[in-house]
Design a protein around this ligand. Structure first.
Ligand SMILES: [Zn+2]
Length: 479
């Protein structure tokens, strides 16, 4: 069965047919690094992560690019007004835009790590791609689809690109009244969008690559066209973003890229729905605004947060609550306890039975694949996993069945990464907190954090237990 994905451009499920057989290129609109990443941002980034993981699971070689927007994203996205978000944050804090970008880019990478994201192959910064943006702007000016106004600003002329609106279906009449009021009089058409802006007060400035002596900074949209073509070529298989990126951002990316190359920019456009918190749009004034760190400070783990953010279908609204995090914790524990028992039976720490789980495992595996192939239906795929865990719990399986079942759980973990590593076998009677410590040591060792691993070992020793490392994994023994 092929992978079918909902394509916002064709408004139907399209089969994934890579431009180059066996290889899939993906581009994701990444973070704007002017503040701490919030959990709503991560809903769409984790969706992109699961997409990549599943496409890899299906045997494709994926190249994944996610940009870092450190210049050009204005405080009002829909219209060509407002202040650059980096500059606004700089004014507020008294620090330079560069310092702010660096701080939040680092924080973003830390959050990716905490949320078990498989790192994209490339995460370029917009500020490192000014020259490449200049090449496209220069070409659009030469082709007459962009124009420069008195002060040096360059705009893309929508009227010269009849396909504008093909992704979002939006036309000028649907623009909000506010957008009409705030129309920049220099523009030929209110829909025209900035490719290059001049502002002598702007901290981040470059010589315009297309006109000597002119200083300025790029518009937001052009960065994605420049960076995706640099790494992935003029045509890419999948482009994702949050639903708010569809218009105007993705519409503008299509206009620039296709006017520049005369080729279809993206085969499949995918958009993740917004995250609601307590059934409302997240906002600081409502008190329902959470950064990733806010959630971790409440005592939840990155894994629990990841589970809570990936568990729904990406095209359905997902409501996030603290209760949902508790449910995530319970769901993870349920699966891990099941795996723990299977490990113990496999190792002979617990007696095996005669039940053969081969057919059940094959069925769960096939169902998991089928639900994921059908537009990445994570919520149904999780249902398959829980059902299979219950089946395992009810059975008294053979040791080799346990091995097969564990292989399925390992595959689920490779794709969804929301349950954790395979638990280690523990002796009967080892307290739960020591089992958790043993898991911590394994995680530390995996990260090659030997200091942390040794500290955990010492803590376990003080409690009167020792760790026995075996080829099948580590286990605890009473001293
Ligand atoms: Zn973008």
């Amino acid at each position: 069965m092929p992978i079918r994905l909902y394509n916002s451009l064709t408004r139907r499920l399209d089969e994934l047919r890579p431009l180059e057989p066996g290889k899939v290129t993906m581009y994701h609109c990444g973070p704007t690094v002017y503040s701490s990443p919030h959990i709503g941002n991560f809903r769409s980034f984790l969706f992109a992560d699961v997409l990549r993981r599943f496409v890899e699971d299906q045997g494709y070689q994926v190249t994944q690019v996610m940009n870092v927007t450190d210049v050009g994203h204005l405080t009002n996205d829909d219209i060509e007004s407002g202040e650059d978000k980096m500059e606004a944050a700089s004014k507020k804090t008294g620090r330079t835009a560069w310092e702010i970008a660096k701080q939040y880019e680092d924080e973003f990478h830390e959050c990716q790590r905490l949320l078990h994201v498989r790192m994209p192959h490339h995460m370029p910064r917009a500020t490192d791609f000014i020259a490449q943006m200049g090449v496209i702007i220069d070409d659009l000016l030469a082709k007459g689809v962009a124009y420069q106004v008195d002060n040096g600003d360059v705009y893309f002329e929508i009227a010269k690109f009849p396909d504008y609106g093909k992704l979002s279906g939006k036309v000028i009449d649907e623009l909000e009244d506010g957008a009409r009021v705030a129309v920049n009089e220099k523009k030929k058409d209110p829909r025209d969008f900035a490719l290059w802006k001049t502002d002598h007060k702007h901290q981040m400035q470059w010589d315009a690559p297309f006109r000597s002596g002119l200083r300025g900074f790029p518009g937001w949209h052009i960065e994605c066209s420049a960076m995706s073509s640099h790494y992935l070529g003029h045509q890419i298989d999948i482009h994702t973003g949050g639903e708010d990126n569809m218009f105007p951002h993705h519409e503008c990316e299509i206009a620039q890229s296709e006017a520049h190359t005369h080729k279809q920019f993206v085969s499949i456009w995918m958009h993740a729905r917004h995250l609601l918190v307590d059934n409302k749009k997240m906002s600081k004034s409502l008190g329902n605004f959470f950064t990733v760190q806010d959630v971790l400070k409440k005592g939840y783990t990155g894994l629990e947060l990841r589970f809570a953010l990936v568990r729904g279908h990406y095209r359905q609204q997902l409501n996030f609550t603290l209760k949902g995090l508790d449910e995530a914790r319970a769901a993870i524990a349920r699966v891990q306890q099941c795996r723990q028992r299977l490990v113990r039976i496999r190792l002979g720490h617990e007696s095996a039975g005669a039940a053969d789980l081969t057919a059940a495992t094959a069925q769960a595996d096939a169902k998991f694949t089928a639900t994921m192939q059908e537009d990445l239906n994570v919520s149904e795929a999780l249902g398959v996993v829980f059902e299979f865990a219950s089946e395992c719990n009810r059975a008294q399986p053979t040791a080799s069945s346990c091995q097969q079942a564990l292989r399925f759980f390992a595959r689920v973990e490779d794709v969804l990464a929301c349950f954790g590593q395979e638990p280690m076998a523990v002796e009967d009677g080892a307290p739960a907190e020591l089992q958790a410590l043993l898991q911590q040591r394994q995680d530390a060792k995996k990260k090659k954090d030997w200091v942390a691993a040794d500290a955990v070992r010492d803590q376990i020793a003080r409690a009167g237990w020792k760790i026995v490392d075996t080829p099948q994994g580590a286990r605890l023994e009473k001293v």
